[in-house]
Design a protein around this ligand. Sequence first.
Ligand code: SF4
Ligand code: SF4
Length: 426
Amino acid sequence: MNRSGQGLRLCWKAFDFCCQDVREYCEEKRKVKVMQTAVATFPPLVENAQVADPVRRFLEYVLNKREQGNPVVGVYCGYAPVEMIRAMGAVPVSLCAASQRTVPAAEAVLPANLCPMIKSSFGFIQTNSCFFFASSDAVIGETTCDGKKKMFELIAHLKPTFIMDLPQLPDDSAVLDRWRESVLKLQYFLEKTLQTSLAADRLEAEIRETNRKNRLMGRFFAYLTCRPIPVSWREIYNVITLEHVANSVEFQDLIEKISSSIDQRIALGQCFGTFSSPRVLVSGCPVGGDACKVLQIIEEAGGVIVALEACSGMKNYFIRIEENSGDPLRAVAESTLSIPCSCMTPNRRRLDLLDKMITRFQPDAVIDVVLHACHAYNVESYKIRNHIQDRHGLPCLKIETDYSDGDIEQIRTRVEALFESLETRK
Ligand code: SF4
Ligand code: SF4
């Protein structure tokens, strides 16, 4: 396979992108299920085909980078230190992981009662339909959960693969040293596999890039505090994905154009929902690809999404990496380790993050999305619900789901009941 990826079926569906054929498939399904969006359609946030089409944008970005000779590194998780990958001149790409279409192929090998994200990831590889996996020169996995780490054993022979040993007791005094050691081992692996080396000043520059982009993203997130809200959940996802294909200068330009479009919408009174539409914070497992049915249902039921806590949403953009620390590797390790994933125990930081997000985005309810068989997020959901109710007086609805569409009407009924209960609380 050459680096341009010629000859591959383009099939991509990671946390927040989907490829052309998968998207058409989903749109077809949506027609069948009559998932009509209730919200108005406004002009796009940016008049630019690249921006309006996240799928094409990302495919073209990766293909261009490969043509320029940049290696590609496939990642599955927010703990992968992307600044290090970029500092080595490589392109980090999130690998396909969120389509029901590849689940049956996976279930021929994996148990059916496994997290759909793991099954979908494996199915994409089994069916050779993840363009980005096929394009990857190396793959990074991590020991976040048992199903994932055992799945990695089944694919590790296909690509040079490095599994990062993630310490999961964030309050342990030695945790940062251990994680820095894992990050350092990854550096050695990438240097050997990609035949390159990591320069400290390049890593420092990438740290500044991430911080700049995260600050710019904060400007966009400020609009999510508006009531009524001027952007839809699809637009939130679309803007979030722009960061992956733009450097901070390009991203600043995009954010300025987007801000001006949103300001215009606000001036014209163009908003999604009304002043009293239920504002929802969605938390929990990554929600992308076919799991986005939950977000779609929330809007169709009359709600608006004002915050997405998961890794596929806003969580990682609140992170700031220490600059000029003298040990950029440690700074990167520290920032990734601060991600409050439920694989951590105790995971107090997730409650702290939710407190901040609730204070800032003022939701009327929290919907905690748990993917089937994700025990960590499922067990933690009890704590999350109690915290949200006791500390903030907000209702918290747990939805367990997968990537199939069999539960769409059941989810719709539960979301509508939640919104009705909000009415009676007024
Ligand atoms: S939820 Fe946890 S395991 Fe999943 S991508 Fe985020 S950090 Fe990784
Ligand atoms: S959602 Fe849960 S079970 Fe699935 S890959 Fe992520 S941490 Fe593992």
